[in-house]
Write a protein that binds this ligand. Structure first.
Ligand code: FDA
Length: 389
């Protein structure tokens, strides 16, 4: 197949472009991915011993308020009515998160009304009122007061960053949500749910069009195949969703990322924690949270007396690790500006997605931004010869 468009990366960004280009414009699209599976970080598969669907790169919860994205994703899958809720363990007690009136009343052993709780938190946050916090620790205290900050944010954030919050920049957080009611839905979006038949079934459906040719185990920078960087760039338009610094051979330096190590275990019990996600907010537990994937699909009959759990350990990524969350230091931001200039000058190559733009994107954001790139750049290029830039 001679391709009209080459897409590097079969995550939601790349596949949205591929699907639109094939369906709307009839283009022949080649999608390459260096992994052995499609779907990028949203990929899920059945755990072998139990048949329970596990999200291989960490828990993926779909939610959006974007009507266009919701209509688009419903072309490929239906969604369950799963509503995400998170609990957190602090000093041997389980609390409901994000911090809400139940958390506050349990923590202070009280029966406060919404107004009384608001007053209390304002009073406690007053400790650093009028100051200009220079680190995350002071910022946290200023936002929600010391007691709640130290119980639920301080150590959890310290574990996420492997850094004492006193040594983290205040800018990492701009707000800490506190709800003065008993609503403990994790997301506020209009639509929420999990793909009924799993992420992989959804993702495969997006790649189903006969004009889409997906080639796995194929790295863009490996010269041994016909769609490598050197063979394609300048000859066929490219949408690149891999790491932007890698594309330019790290010419401006490495961008820094955090990664997660997952410790997976199959247990001989049907239910380990009674819910899908439990955070560990104290520093005496080394992991940040435990995921129990069985609970993502209470509507399924898994026919197993075992369960799977995944403990998550967060750390800075090194070369060769999976890049998950941009660290975004000031040095990163300077480098990113230089990479953006280089990317803008790269003829007939568009950079997109989480890795290509060095931005944390939720799934609905990756899909929404791919739809915009298709409308604003790819369609005009193929329909009326507009420059691809
Ligand atoms: P994605 O990373 O999925 O895909 C990029 C693809 O490019 C990969 O498959 C990679 O192998 C490929 N690639 C890279 N370099 C290449 C090369 N040189 N050659 C060939 N292929 C190459 N979102 C959400 O909405 N709800 C959630 O709960 C979560 N949870 C979550 C947890 C964790 C731990 C992470 C890291 C992320 C989430 N997300 C999320 C975000 C979600 O994963 C994200 O929105 C999508 O992965 C974005 O899709 P992309 O296509 O941009 O990247």
């Amino acid at each position: 197949m001679t391709a009209d468009l080459v897409i590097v990366g079969s995550g939601f960004f790349g596949l949205t472009i591929a699907e639109q280009a094939a369906t709307e414009l009839g283009l022949k699209v080649v999608v390459i991915d260096r992994r052995h599976h499609i779907g990028g970080n949203a990929y899920s598969e059945k755990e072998e011993q139990t048949g329970i669907e596990v999200h291989r790169y960490g828990a993926h919860l779909f939610h959006t308020s974007n009507e266009r994205v919701w209509e688009y994703v419903n072309r490929f899958t239906t969604f369950t009515n799963y509503v995400h809720k998170v609990y957190g363990v602090h000093k041997g007690e389980v609390y409901s998160l994000p911090i809400n009136l139940a958390t506050i009343n349990q923590f202070f052993r009280a029966n406060l009304t919404p107004g009384q709780a608001r007053e209390l938190i304002q009073e406690q946050a007053g400790e650093l009122a009028g100051t200009d916090p220079q680190n995350l620790n002071d910022k946290g205290i200023q936002l929600i007061g010391r007691p709640l900050y130290e119980a639920f944010i301080k150590h959890y954030t310290g574990k996420q960053w492997q850094t004492d919050p006193k040594d983290l920049p205040a800018g990492i957080i701009s707000r800490l949500p506190v709800r003065y009611n008993y609503d403990n839905r994790y997301f506020n979006d209009k639509y929420e749910g999990l793909p009924t038949n799993g992420y992989t079934a959804w993702i495969e459906k997006m790649a189903e069009h006969p004009n889409i040719d997906v080639r796995l185990n194929t790295d863009f920078f490996d010269e041994s195949h016909e769609y490598s960087k050197n063979k394609v760039v300048g000859n066929i338009p490219v949408v690149y969703t891999g790491p932007v610094d890698r594309y330019f051979d790290y010419a401006e330096g490495d961008l820094s990322w955090r990664t997660i190590d997952f410790e997976e275990e199959v247990l001989d019990i049907e239910d380990f924690q009674g819910t899908s996600v439990v955070n560990y907010n104290d520093d005496d537990v080394p992991y940040t949270r435990v995921i129990e994937p069985r609970h993502f699909h209470p509507e399924r009959d898994y026919q197993t007396e075992k369960t799977v759990i995944m403990r998550e350990f967060s750390r800075f990524a090194e070369k060769g690790d999976e890049p998950y969350y941009p660290v975004n230091t000031s040095a990163d931001r300077e480098r990113l500006l230089k990479y953006r200039d280089l990317a803008a000058a790269e003829k007939d190559v568009l950079f997109g997605g989480r890795l290509g733009t060095y931005k944390y994107l939720d799934m609905h954001m990756a899909i929404g931004s791919a739809l915009s790139m298709f409308d604003n750049k790819i369609r005009p290029h193929y329909e009326s010869g507009a420059e691809l830039e």
